[in-house]
Design a protein around this ligand. Structure first.
Ligand SMILES: CC(C)(COP(=O)(O)OP(=O)(O)OC[C@H]1O[C@@H](n2cnc3c(N)ncnc32)[C@H](O)[C@@H]1OP(=O)(O)O)[C@@H](O)C(=O)NCCC(=O)NCCS
Length: 309
């Protein structure tokens, strides 16, 4: 869906969208494609790349705010579709920080010796919760999936450090007020868009810049590194201006930042693994590179992970 497509449905312009966000296009899944279908498509490619036999996957963690069902988890549906016989599967809800959250859990499993190989997926069908009458939000979001296989390594490579934090008191800055147990749909529910994403963009923007920077510096410090040691930054692709503010505060040049927000918009938990995969397949990540991933989302919740590749 291009900016020109949005000009036809809400009062907006290509110039406004590009100058405020950097977004030009987003991908929208066809009707009938479920979140688990997208997760499976991504996970198949990750499994192929890792050359990992199906019976070696110990856990499947799915980060998503757009699950197939409220029960069971999308991860369980993915397990059934992929046929991983020995895995536990569950969703971990952390909005746009979902993939970082999954990496943190995978790292804990591996470091405690609980599991050896963990599939972490970030997947969203945000078009299903986007209000296409609200110009404040609809131009921002797209659908996508990304996946990684996390495994232990004895050569000092892997996830060196993670950090996550949230501020539940700010939850109304980015949320879906209706449809849960507190405000359930009733027979007299009048459609007002409150079952879709609503956001106070300018307030979210300020917290996002501050906290993504804080999370980034914390994981760099925890790993005993300096910002100058970072080979590649993979930020959550929400907005070009947020990414640029983060880059400047970290003191890294633009060639060290992975950018694809222009093509996909904000794909929530899928955005970091999608950018990671594009950078990897483009040959931008070499063995022993320090890769910094950092994200922020509704909760509010934010976090970062530092990986030695
Ligand atoms: C959403 C965002 C791009 C808006 O940019 P902004 O500079 O903060 O703009 P504001 O919200 O102050 O709105 C300015 C004006 O633009 C208007 N506007 C909002 N969306 C618009 C659109 N798609 N097209 C044209 N005008 C729009 C607003 O109605 C407002 O008009 P008004 O002044 O007449 O009331 C920006 O706040 C942002 O990126 N925030 C972070 C959002 C985010 O990344 N969220 C996800 C985190 S995971």
């Amino acid at each position: 869906m291009t900016n020109a497509d949005f000009e036809k449905i809400v009062d907006t312009s290509d110039e406004w969208i590009v100058s405020r966000t950097g977004i030009r296009e987003r991908r929208i899944a066809d009707n009938g494609i479920s979140t688990s279908d997208m997760a499976v498509a991504a996970l198949r490619q990750a499994i192929d790349m890792a050359q990992c036999p199906h019976d070696e996957i110990d856990a499947i963690i799915v980060g998503t705010i757009t699950p197939d069902y409220r029960l069971p988890s999308t991860a369980c549906v993915v397990q059934e579709k992929m046929g991983f016989p020995n895995a536990v599967a569950f969703d971990a809800l952390a909005a746009c920080t979902g993939f970082i959250n999954g990496l943190s859990i995978a790292r804990a499993f591996i470091e405690t010796g609980t599991y050896k190989k963990v599939a972490v997926i970030g997947v969203e069908r945000l078009s299903s919760i986007t209000n296409y009458k609200d110009r404040n939000t609809c131009v921002l979001f797209g659908d996508a999936a990304g996946a990684a296989i996390v495994a232990g390594d004895t050569n000092g490579r892997g996830i060196l450090s993670t950090f996550m934090k949230s501020a539940g008191n700010l939850r109304e800055l980015l949320w879906m007020p209706t449809g849960g147990t507190l405000n359930p749909y009733t027979a007299d529910f009048t459609y007002d868009g409150s079952d879709k994403l609503t956001m106070n963009g300018s307030e979210v923007f300020k917290v996002a810049v501050r906290q993504m920077c804080d999370a980034a510096f914390r994981v760099i410090d925890k790993a005993g590194l300096e910002p100058s040691d970072i080979s590649l930054v993979i930020p959550h692709q929400a907005n070009m201006r947020i990414i640029d503010a983060l880059r400047k505060r970290l003191g890294v040049t633009m060639d060290k930042v992975v950018l694809n927000v222009e093509k996909y918009g904000n794909t929530s938990s899928a955005s970091v693994p999608l950018a990671l995969d594009e950078a990897n397949r483009a040959g931008r990540i070499k063995p022993d590179d320090h890769v910094l991933m950092v994200a922020f989302g509704g909760g509010l919740i934010w976090g970062a992970a530092l990986v030695r590749w």
